[in-house]
Design a protein around this ligand. Structure first.
Ligand SMILES: [Zn+2]
Length: 325
């Protein structure tokens, strides 16, 4: 089989949920249809609920799961994984999402079927002015307080609310109660999990006129009551171009801000890297040709890819994500 020595591109997987909108198409150029509920575009995923399919090159048509099982060393280098460990997606929160919490690995592994835990981080691609999100519980909120708030439909009163702007980053470890507010377009890196426990839906009804399913018991079991309110992430600058937004056990998230014409070199890490363009465009070097990675597009450098150079064709903002640990 051909070597995985080039940046992989995948077909985006669009998910439609009642809180979605049209900005995955209008802002990020995703191939949406005529409906008004395009909520998520899964860009890189290996999960039972979605499989990225390689869209071009010698491995076109193969799924990311196929690559994991057939070419694990070329994909991961010396690290070993049974599945691709991360999921990268864009979200259009046209309406406020339900208040939710995700389990950690230990809890998710004993579920049926088992899943990974879900630690995640968000970068705000676009925020309508005054947009809010909810991250963590107000200081001192106990389990009893949260149970009472659920019973009386007043969960909003115990949530830590943050007004956000373009470029803000929020880190949500497993066990942190959270919700995206309306008017936000978000880039999210998370563990490759699709396990969400909803604990409050703002007293709304679903599309069928009934309240959506909630998961009180599991939500309370996995919520970290010691966590308190989450603040905006403070980035750590590496140099003029690169800053580390989040460093955790599961992933490292960097942002690169580059000017038109400058060279990007993603070398220096032995494993895979996900590169996604939030603004502008870059031309990826690949033997023997080059290809543009435009705003809203994502590629995956396998560990075996030695040429990881790119040139910014305009002023650009990139997310660069690698394996944690
Ligand atoms: Zn979440």
């Amino acid at each position: 089989m051909a070597h995985l020595d080039y940046p992989l591109r995948f077909e985006p997987i669009l998910k439609q949920y009642i809180w979605g909108g049209r900005r995955l198409g209008s802002m990020l150029c995703k191939p949406i249809g005529s409906e008004n509920d395009y909520a998520e575009s899964w860009e890189v995923v290996d999960h039972r609920d979605g499989q990225s399919i390689v869209s071009s090159g010698p491995h076109a048509g193969m799924s990311l799961g196929d690559l994991v099982s057939q070419l694990p060393e070329e994909l991961f280098g010396t690290k070993q994984h049974n599945r691709f460990p991360l999921l990268f997606k864009f979200l259009d929160a046209n309406k406020t999402l339900s208040v939710q919490v995700h389990p950690d690995d230990a809890y998710a592994q004993i579920m049926d079927p088992p899943d990974l835990g879900k630690t995640e981080a968000w970068v705000v691609v676009h925020a309508d002015s005054g947009s809010l999100l909810y991250a963590g519980l107000k200081h001192g909120t106990t389990q009893k307080d949260l149970e009472n708030a659920i019973d009386t439909g007043t969960v909003a009163d115990v949530l830590n609310e943050i007004e956000v702007a373009d470029g803000d980053c929020i880190f949500i470890p497993a066990g942190t109660v959270h919700a995206l507010g309306d008017g936000l377009v978000i880039a999210e890196i998370q563990q490759a999990s699709n396990t969400t426990f909803r604990l409050f839906d703002w007293n709304r009804l679903g599309a069928d006129g009934k309240p959506r399913d909630l998961h009180f018991k599991q939500s309370l079991e996995v919520t970290d009551f010691e966590k308190g309110p989450v603040r905006l992430q403070k980035s750590e600058r590496i140099d003029d171009i690169r800053e580390v937004l989040v460093e955790c056990e599961q992933f490292q998230l960097q942002r690169w801000t580059v000017t038109a014409g400058s060279e990007c070199d993603f070398h220096g890490h032995g494993g895979f890297q996900i590169v996604s363009v939030l603004e502008g465009a870059v031309e990826l070097a690949r033997d023997p040709s080059t290809s543009l990675l435009n705003m809203g597009e994502t590629c995956l450098y396998p560990a075996a890819c030695t040429n990881r150079r790119a040139t910014a064709v305009s002023d650009s903002v990139l997310l660069v994500i690698q394996d944690g640990g």
